[in-house]
Design a binder for this molecule. Structure first.
Ligand SMILES: [Zn+2]
Length: 292
């Protein structure tokens, strides 16, 4: 199989996996990859990513002009072009709407807490690019702020974007984001999220290269200073990771002890507790409130 045929086949396979895993519904999502130094192979607009064939793909130049293909390129082409412009090292771009990660994007909660070693050594942190109308020039603007320092990000009220050194590398980062989001959601619903200490985060950062995934930027030495610069409109130059100094802490307090009068109060954490559905709902609501 020639290089181009292989890339077309890989896009079809990744589209199939995204659809099968529920990362896209209907015609959502898009995928692209560099073809040589001056062209891209890209998914067409208005097709379900689960049922594509290799001949459906578009070939464009780096300005987005269609060079080949019966269909028009993805409606999010501008976002893909911006990524390739900003990141000469990136070979492939994947965009989808995986439901749990997109839930965090809708809630405005970035996936930036130090909770999983694998995520710290692969993606670092996953920020949220500000809301922009899909398929307009606003979206590449929003992505530009974070793309130099991150290989994956959430798009506020929209979905997620990942990039990589090849198609599968970009796709696997999408899997990592959704998996991370699922685990974070479960931990937060359980009412505890034990964070990895800053010292361990620094050690993990030293391991990043050994896993074969080079990070585009270091983890910020001072997250609050980095967040202040981002708020002022500066592009991200490092990755904000929330990690406590010292032996780790619970960012979400143990909520079980704070149950209302009707709830049975456990005398020790290990004891069995019984809650009515209403009490449990109140606890979950409390936990969500404490995240805001
Ligand atoms: Zn989208």
């Amino acid at each position: 199989m020639s290089g181009e045929s292989q890339l077309r086949a890989d896009i079809v396979e990744i589209g199939r996996r995204m659809y099968a895993r529920g990362y896209t519904a209907s015609n959502d999502g898009n995928i692209s990859v560099r073809l040589g130094s001056d062209r891209l192979v890209m998914t067409p607009k208005s097709v379900c990513k689960g049922f594509m064939t290799p001949d459906m793909m578009c070939i464009t130049d780096l300005e987005g002009r269609k060079l080949q293909g019966d269909r028009d390129p993805s409606s999010e082409m501008l976002m893909h072009l911006e990524v390739y412009r900003q990141r000469p090292d990136v070979q492939a771009v994947v965009h989808a709407h995986p439901p749990i990660a997109t839930g965090f994007a809708v809630a405005g909660i970035p996936l930036d807490r130090a909770v999983l070693a694998e995520v710290l050594t692969t993606l670092g942190s996953v920020p949220i690019a500000e809301y922009a109308t899909p398929s307009t020039r606003e979206l590449p603007e929003a992505v530009r702020k974070y793309i130099k320092a991150h290989d994956g990000m959430l798009l506020a009220n929209h979905g997620a974007l990942t990039v990589g050194g090849d198609l599968y590398a970009a796709y696997y980062k999408m899997e990592t984001i959704e998996h991370f989001a699922k685990i974070s959601l479960v931990a937060r619903l359980l009412g505890r999220e034990n964070l990895i200490a800053r010292e361990e985060v620094d050690r993990l950062q030293g391991l990043r290269g050994t896993y074969g995934i080079k990070s585009p930027a270091p983890i910020c030495a001072d997250p609050s200073e980095a967040l202040a610069l981002l708020d002022a409109g500066d592009p991200a130059l490092c990755q904000v990771v929330q990690a406590p100094a010292g032996g780790g802490q619970r960012l979400v307090p143990n909520i079980l002890g704070q149950a209302g009068d009707g709830a049975s109060k456990p005398s020790a954490e290990s004891e069995e507790i019984r809650l009515t559905y209403r009490e449990l709902s109140a606890l979950i609501e409390d936990a969500l409130r404490s995240l805001r």
